[in-house]
Design a protein around this ligand. Structure first.
Ligand code: HEM
Length: 140
């Protein structure tokens, strides 16, 4: 995984006040309105938590043990919330859409590919933490 490109591209689009993740939720709820009722918390608080989670993963990209322990636990919490496998693809798509919109003409295809790979890997580890079968039912 291209850690440097991930960090550089995040720095390019990481607006103050969790602006990137706030824009991400707007796009997510516009494209996938069915997931909106799952979110109970104030969306700015939620956006800040997601931003923190993404930055922590980037900080530990070479630490397989940290990734496994933390992302399995995060995956188990998402299983309880009813988050299914197709929802991870929806979230990755909308996160990259928000980044590309904010990055404008400075956002490149290589950045999109780096984030597709990274978010796909994170989703894979989170889903590995799910109890048997609970990831498969329910569309985004
Ligand atoms: C890259 C993958 C993801 C990461 C890193 C992530 C991160 C997080 C974090 C850090 C929290 C707070 C956990 C806590 O309460 O202790 C959270 C909560 C939550 N996540 Fe995710 N998440 C991911 C994918 C998803 C997906 C695909 C969905 C489904 C659309 C989702 C839905 C939720 C919901 C509903 C909550 C609880 C919100 C609330 O309490 O209002 N997440 N997520």
């Amino acid at each position: 995984m291209d850690k440097q490109l991930l960090e550089e591209s995040l720095a390019l689009v990481d607006l103050p006040d969790a602006g990137l993740t706030v824009r991400f939720y707007d796009i997510l709820f516009e494209r996938y309105p069915a997931v909106q009722p799952m979110f109970q918390r104030d969306s700015r608080v939620q956006a800040e938590m997601l931003r923190t989670a993404v930055v922590s993963v980037l900080d530990h990209l070479e630490d397989a043990e940290w990734l496994t322990t933390n992302l399995h636990a995060l995956g188990r919490r998402h299983a309880e919330l009813g988050v299914t496998r197709p929802m991870y693809a929806a979230v990755a798509e909308c996160m990259i859409a928000a980044m590309s919109e904010i990055g404008g003409n400075r956002w490149t295809d290589a950045m999109t590919e780096a984030w597709q790979e990274a978010l796909g890997a994170v989703a894979g580890i989170m889903l590995d933490g799910y109890p048997e079968e609970s990831a498969e039912s329910g569309a985004a």
